[in-house]
Ligand binder design. Sequence first.
Ligand code: RTP
Ligand code: MG
Length: 139
Amino acid sequence: MVTNRTFTMLKPDAVEKGHIGAILEKISVSGFRIVAMKLTQMTKHDAEAFYAIHKERPFFGELVEYMTRGPIVAAVLEKENAVEDFRTLIGATNPADAAEGTIRKLFANSISENAVHGSDSNDNAAIEGAFHFSGREMF
Ligand code: RTP
Ligand code: MG
């Protein structure tokens, strides 16, 4: 196992519903160390760039609208096997398909508004962390 980093966002629906504390508790007891964290709000330009890989998908406009409608918590997390283990902790994209006890099963309502983001590769974790944080903001 390699100790590495992943990037997460607690999305606007999770923040609106007051789930920041409960989700951070799940992340912490699951063995992730917080390397960087802040409350912030993505602009339309930010969200279009962050999710550029999905720009041809039918849900892209809805996704950008959702991700920019209120504050998010952005964080970099560290753990052995961080990317894969965090994807397991958050569960399937659609909460209806997510395993019991996963963050999306517990806190998400729909495939569109699914409470939390997790990087899907080590390369994307580094890119996404650098999108939100400078080197001085990572500890
Ligand atoms: P994420 O990137 O946010 O961690 O989510 P993911 O890998 O599980 O899913 P992905 O396929 O990358 O989709 C990105 C986000 O787009 C929204 N989505 N909506 N309406 C739909 O069919 C649909 N499909 C995806 C979700 O917010 C999803 O997390
Ligand atoms: Mg994704």
